[in-house]
Design a protein around this ligand. Sequence first.
Ligand code: SF4
Ligand code: SF4
Length: 159
Amino acid sequence: MLKDVLSPGDCAKCGFCCSFRRQSLHLTPLFARETVDEISRLHPEARFKTLPNGAVTINIDDQYRTGDSEEEAPCPFNKKGCILPGHLKPFDCKLWPFRLMRRGDGLALALVPTCPWIEKDDTAKFKATALSVAKEAMDYAKDHPEIVIEYRADYQVVE
Ligand code: SF4
Ligand code: SF4
């Protein structure tokens, strides 16, 4: 979570980005491969799955209890806040509300559309924040290319 664009108070009231509806499963965080064994030792109850591109994410597919498309299933590390220590937290979660996307031959930082508190019209603030994290994000993606997701038209590219 980027404190420059989101207030901890707003997030405390919300918590939406640490639980997922079925149609939002493409937003689950992607974990650095080198962290998965340590996380599994600390939290053996958490389950992971490997996606076709080799990325590793949480497996919460069987956590839905109803047929309601609005039902949310929590990330297994969401216990009234994230219980993962900083060095094990997915880069995606540190980067939120941005996501690194592949667009054409390049990479782009885009705003995740589901965060209800984002003031999408404050373009200058988001641009400035995106600029401040872009290099770190691009560098991270060089070592972890599997965390880059394909471009989606409902995301607002900011950098
Ligand atoms: S969805 Fe947005 S406002 Fe809600 S907890 Fe996540 S970052 Fe905060
Ligand atoms: S890993 Fe932590 S911050 Fe990321 S979605 Fe799960 S609970 Fe939230």
